[in-house]
Write a protein that binds this ligand. Structure first.
Ligand SMILES: Cc1cc2nc3c(=O)[nH]c(=O)nc-3n(C[C@H](O)[C@H](O)[C@H](O)COP(=O)(O)OP(=O)(O)OC[C@H]3O[C@@H](n4cnc5c(N)ncnc54)[C@H](O)[C@@H]3O)c2cc1C
Length: 470
């Protein structure tokens, strides 16, 4: 029989055996053998009798922006929280592109989840990759951890990149979602310059010095701008046989303009800033093929060895775990209070939920939306525990959009205030430092940016993983 993880009030983790009915109803409580995980029964667990009254168990899957906001909002609630994540760190995705373009190192944008929740006495962290949820038995099954029982469940497992049905493009056009993606992209970019330095065939050298970024949203614009800066400034004097300033950086957007969520004036300003940096912008043409040595943009063939994907996202497989209806990008269809239809004890939030705003429009997949949803789910749980009225439907408040193109070039749209250029860039920097988690990360990012500002250098130009020695 498999031990199920339940926490006693303020006490250590204990394990209890599920009833035979729960086991019968709960085929998923055996760990998925296809996941390669050890059977849950083999997991080291602490067996302790429960001596204190059991408090409501809140399980939060995902320690991203939404999950952490929910845990934080429940810090004083009379509940025991278990936060399950497949990674041991929270990742600040908005600055991933800086790792991918050698501006920052991974540890500057990630913080250990245990460290973040160290002083939150009612929270326990469990590292494990969730593979199924048993709604009948109220169990979360994660590879590498015992099944966890919940009274309330918050699913906040985010999204990943998607290729619009062209998964075969992925090996040639990596997307940016994880630290590993960022260091892989950094390696591809820096290796291209290294290979070009020794390449004798001019056509191949040009191919190596051509970088194509697909997707003209904030991530694509930020990556294209950062590669252009890297080539034109940081690398400019480091090679002897090539001139990195001649590198071509091409940003491709299928829609009529880049940064479509911004007003036309700011999206045009961003495009002009990219062109000033030496990048080329192609709008209104979709990519139709991606291969090892070229990209087809409409009928045009662009010879390149480095293609980066910043175009599409798909939600995590939470809809599959929950057996729930999903929209076309896999987001779980939720009620207005972010609960799963028919399951008031299950909340699905952030990038993994099809959350709607007051006008019934899809809430954008951005960090503030996930944070607001996490705080809302926590408020709803607290209200129910007190027997109070539900807080009403989730109301998303959009604060604004920010994107940077490069040094002294950014766009900011708060609705009531629109900025571009230098002031927008300083505001963008201040906002990102403010929202980073951890004093050390804030300080080191600030110092690194200041150093780059003064010297035009990028400190993290390391080629790691997959190099010639591997
Ligand atoms: C490159 C990039 C740049 C971005 N830039 C911005 C920006 O500038 N501004 C902005 O507001 N937003 C930005 N976003 C979007 C923003 O990061 C997301 O909207 C936000 O992270 C969503 O929060 P979340 O809590 O839903 O999911 P996430 O923050 O993605 O967290 C999901 C968590 O779930 C965990 N998880 C996933 N699957 C499992 C599993 N099976 N088992 C256990 N744990 C699991 C993950 O490890 C992760 O910790 C960017 C995103 C990317 C990828």
């Amino acid at each position: 029989m498999i031990p199920v993880l339940i926490r006693a009030a303020k006490g250590p983790i204990s394990t209890v055996k599920p009833s035979s009915k729960a086991m019968r109803d709960n085929p998923a409580s055996t760990v998925d053998s296809t996941s390669g995980a050890a059977p849950a029964a083999a997991m080291p667990t602490v067996r302790q009798p429960e001596t204190r009254p059991r408090r409501p168990q809140v399980v939060i899957i995902g320690a991203g922006f939404g999950g952490l906001a929910a845990a934080y909002a429940l810090r004083k609630a009379p509940v025991d929280i278990t936060i399950v994540d497949k990674r041991n760190y929270h990742l600040f995705q908005p600055l991933l592109y800086q790792v991918a373009t050698a501006g920052l190192s991974p540890a500057q944008i990630a913080s250990p989840i245990r460290g973040i929740l160290r002083s939150q006495r009612n929270a326990t962290v469990l590292m494990g990759k969730v593979s199924s949820i048993d709604k009948a038995a109220k169990l979360v099954v994660a590879a590498g951890a015992p099944p966890v029982h919940y009274d309330y469940l918050v699913v906040a497992t985010g999204a990943r990149h998607a290729y619009f049905g062209h998964d075969e493009w992925e090996p040639f056009a990596p997307g940016l979602k994880k630290i590993e993606d960022a260091t892989d992209i950094r390696r591809r970019i820096l290796i291209a310059f290294e290979k070009a330095e020794t390449e004798t065939d001019p056509a191949e050298r040009d191919r190596l010095l051509t970088f194509v970024v697909i997707g003209g949203g904030p991530t694509g614009v930020e990556i294209a701008g950062a590669i252009a800066e890297l080539a034109k400034t940081a690398l400019a004097r480091d090679f002897r046989n090539i001139d990195p300033r001649h590198a071509r950086i091409i940003l491709v957007e299928a829609g009529p303009r880049i940064l479509p969520v911004f007003p036309q004036s700011l999206s045009s300003a961003a495009q002009r800033a990219l062109v000033r940096l030496g990048a080329e912008v192609r709008t209104g043409t979709a990519v139709t093929a991606v291969a090892d040595d070229h990209v087809m943009v409409g009928a045009e063939r662009i010879e390149t060895r480095t293609v980066l994907w910043a175009a599409g996202v798909a939600a995590s497989p939470a809809a599959k775990w929950l057996g729930a209806a999903k929209d076309k990008v896999g987001r779980v269809i939720v009620n207005a209070d972010l609960t799963l239809p028919g399951h008031p004890e299950i909340f699905v939030i952030g990038d993994t939920a099809a959350m709607k705003d007051r006008k019934d429009q899809q809430v954008p997949g951005i960090a503030p939306a996930a944070k607001q949803a996490g705080a809302y789910a926590a408020a709803a749980i607290k209200a129910r525990l007190k027997g109070r009225d539900h807080p009403g439907p989730f109301r998303y408040r959009h604060a604004g959009n920010l994107a940077t193109i490069g040094r002294k070039a950014a766009v900011v749209d708060f609705g009531w205030l629109r900025l571009r250029g230098n002031p927008a860039w300083w505001l963008w920097g201040a906002a990102h430092i403010f929202f980073l988690i951890g004093f050390r990360n804030r300080l080191t990012v600030m110092l690194d940016w200041f150093w780059s500002y003064l010297t035009f250098q990028r400190g993290s130009r390391l080629i790691t993983g997959g190099g010639p020695d591997d």
